[in-house]
Design a protein around this ligand. Sequence first.
Ligand code: UDP
Length: 476
Amino acid sequence: MEKGVEPHVLMFPFPALGHVNPMLKLAELLSLSGLRITFLNIHSIHQRLILHTNLQSRFSCFPKFRFQTITDGLPPSYTGGLTKLSHLVRSMETVTKPLLRQMLLSGELGPIPTCIILDGFFSFMVDSNAEPRIPVFCFRTVSACSFWAYSSIPELIQEGQLPVKGEEDMDRMIEGVAGMENILRCRDLPSFSRVGDQTEPILRYSVAQTIESSKAHALILNTFEDLEAPILSCIRRRCPNIYAIGPLHAHLKSRHPGEKSPPELESSNGYWEVDRSCLAWLDAQPSKSVVYVSFGSVTVMGDNQFREFWHGLVDSGRRFLWVVRPNMVGGKDGENGVPARLEEGTKERGCMVGWAPQEEVLAHEAIGGFLTHSGWNSTLEGIVAGVPMICWPQFADQLTNSRFVSEVWKIGLDMKDVCDRKTVAKMVNDVMENRRNELMGPVIETAKLAISSVEEGGSSYCDLERMIHDIQLLCR
Ligand code: UDP
């Protein structure tokens, strides 16, 4: 690295919105500290963000920030998405990776970066031993607990604890994973460990990337010390230089003190058009009376599951706000899977929207509970908002997150692997009333810890400062 020049950070997220959004938040935080940033995105993702967000206006105040795009090597008509992970990975390895190197060498991406903040889910993208040699900081967008669970899988296989031997084996406790004793059952491991022919390559890929990320110059995690300290100290044994700087969305808010942005400047996250009408609906509901139901951007469910949730919510007698994405039921993109009869029957106590301003919804006075798929961003948003959760995890890290929500942090209930109306109604009533007192102590405490971690002097605040300082040192 050339010394004495201005630091320049290249950031490159994995091309899925759940990865791009936290990376954008990190980019904004680094820009606020005055660093020169080049944000590299796959063309199609960038186009989508431009269409649905205020991305350009949000970053236009940073003169040293710029967006660049690159191809993922797939034909424009390709719609495989993450389900065709292996195609995407192969194509990026053969097309995008050499192109990135060429762009770095030719100066197309600006001066040679001081470091690259690379999504650790495709750490193969940069060869830190090939020219130009640039230190790589791996950013993993998952929880520390699921990162650690992924890292432990090779040993669990070696010891014969994995693979899981069918449904009757699911409640067996996993042994010998430091920091997770008496916590994890087979059922709570990242879903890909429930090995089947289809999931095995994804498991192998995820584990390999997790292990590779630990070898980077540094590891950046969207979590905070008070939430995951025991696990972070286990990870530090493999990867000593960790920056735990989350929750990023709260961190960003705290660095914009007093900012109350007009709606058009609220950071939105680029999946679909946000329907803000639900905020007016919430304004008309009593305090803490509404269950917010959202399963993130990827989860799909069958008609039956959808019906069980609907009956459960209605039978609970509670009010609910439910995000039903266009492609959520039955998974057919562009088709609204909500049977008209159910939509009609919801009007009395419920409200359905295609896509909600989730952070604002969770912070709304009317919200009393959060039925979630336990995606990591949603989990952190629920934590910061101080809302108890009901977890219905579906895949990947969600299964581990939900276990930690219920058994370690004790801020919610885990409905994993169950989907029937009775359980839905019971858990909704537990969170809203029967077990509310028991849950609210830890919920309020965890929210406080999350917020103080990003305030001046807090652990995430200090880790971010340390990271910025370390980046600057690379140039001296
Ligand atoms: N989200 C949103 N509106 C919705 C539902 C979700 O803005 O109606 C956002 C949510 O705030 C979170 C992201 O979508 O930031 C989902 O990320 P997460 O990691 O929870 O799950 P994924 O979509 O990756 O499964």
